[in-house]
Design a protein around this ligand. Structure first.
Ligand SMILES: *Cc1c(COP(=O)(O)O)cnc(C)c1O
Length: 362
């Protein structure tokens, strides 16, 4: 072979498979495949985006200072301990490059978010996937996988794609059982959706030591997936390292403006969460009523469990033929499941109708 050769680990990576968004021949597609939220972008964010159009010849503020101040005010956190990224995906990658690398190991659970595997492998680390119980991360299995080479443990809580939520006591037991030099990354992309009063997105553990970082995103409840804004809250040492390596102008000028405005949209999160919680459970109940099993979820999505890969594929094709796109789960080793994002009331009704018909005739 001639031509430039990628590093061997690059060729081990399976490129990320995102949610589909188009169906040939179907005009009105109902896209419930990427957990983008039911309401579109906040109106204030759309207005801010439009307004910034006349300024796009300017470089953005590389430090996202105004956005970090707004995040800090909203969540009661010191802005200097926040780093913004081009989505939290950028920050996941940097954390792997900073703390991982050849000869090191990164731990995630079996059905954890696939970006950890991609980013960890890219960094040159060995990525270990530990068994789960009931599609929920198992702290004992994660701790058992720790070796002298372990550098990072990733935990999405709630987890995507399973929707499972690890109780705070278990998250604390995980941290307590890890060596001090192992970074625990708590990915709280769906934090706003959690209604469990005992839940902490990660702030407590970040504040309790030097070795835990929390990741958040504007892509889910805030409805700005297309803008690519995420952020990390962490100990000074982790924040300092991220600031050395992140893209210098990583969050673009429109994304910063839209995110600041989204935070200021009155009642947005409350409305989104109330709708999502109600319709997630209504849709789950509708599927259960026609004999389709579902998994409990703390996010704006849930897994429908068709018991076999064949049946799940048939259900997926059935939904597609009706213009409904959900997420196939083969890449997550859950080929018997489909992940369904909670959409509008109308969309949920259409999914329920289609899957009722599938259960009866499909
Ligand atoms: C969607 C998602 C992210 C990525 O968010 P971006 O900020 O859009 O990069 C990270 N972690 C989990 C678990 C997610 O589901």
């Amino acid at each position: 072979m001639s031509g430039p050769q990628p590093r061997a680990e690059v060729m081990q990576i399976h490129a990320y498979v995102g949610g589909e968004s188009k169906l040939p021949g179907i005009n009105r597609v109902i896209k419930l495949s990427s957990n983008e939220g039911a309401f579109g972008p906040p109106p204030a964010a759309q207005a801010a985006f439009a307004k910034v159009a006349a300024e796009i010849h300017r470089y953005p503020d590389g430090g996202s200072a105004e956005l970090r101040r707004a995040i800090g005010a909203r969540f009661g956190l010191p802005p200097e301990r926040i780093v913004c990224g081009t989505g939290s995906d950028e920050l996941i990658q940097h954390l792997c490059m900073i703390y991982g690398g050849p000869g090191t190991e990164i731990i995630m659970s079996m059905h954890g978010f696939s970006m950890y595997q991609i980013a960890g492998t890219y960094a040159g680390s060995r990525v270990l996937k530990t068994p789960e119980r009931n599609l929920t991360a198992d702290v004992d299995a994660m701790l058992a996988a720790v070796s002298a080479d372990t550098r990072i443990v990733f935990l999405a809580n709630p987890n995507n794609p399973t929707g499972s939520l690890l109780p705070q006591s278990e998250v604390e037991r995980l941290r307590a059982g890890l060596p001090d030099e192992v970074l625990l990354v708590l990915d709280a992309a769906y934090a706003e959706y959690v209604t469990d009063p005992g839940y902490d997105a990660g702030v407590k553990l970040v504040d309790a030591g030097e070795n835990t970082v929390m990741l958040r995103t504007f892509s889910k409840v805030f409805g700005l997936g297309g803008m690519r804004v995420g952020w990390a809250y962490g100990p000074a040492g982790v924040i300092d390292a991220l600031n050395r390596v992140r893209g210098v102008f990583n969050v673009n000028i429109a994304a910063q403006a839209a995110a600041v405005a989204a935070l200021a949209e009155p009642g947005w999160v409350e409305r989104s969460v109330a709708h999502t919680t109600e319709w997630r459970e209504r849709l789950r109940a509708a599927l259960e009523a026609v004999g389709i099993a579902t998994w409990p979820s703390a996010g704006n999505f849930f897994l429908a469990d068709f018991a076999t890969a064949e049946r799940a594929a048939a259900a997926n094709a059935w939904l597609k033929s009706r213009g409904i796109i959900v997420r196939a789960m083969g890449t997550y080793d859950l080929p018997h499941c489909l992940r369904i994002t909670v959409g509008t009331a109308e969309e949920c009704g259409l999914v329920a109708d289609a899957l009722r018909d599938f259960a009866q005739h499909g």
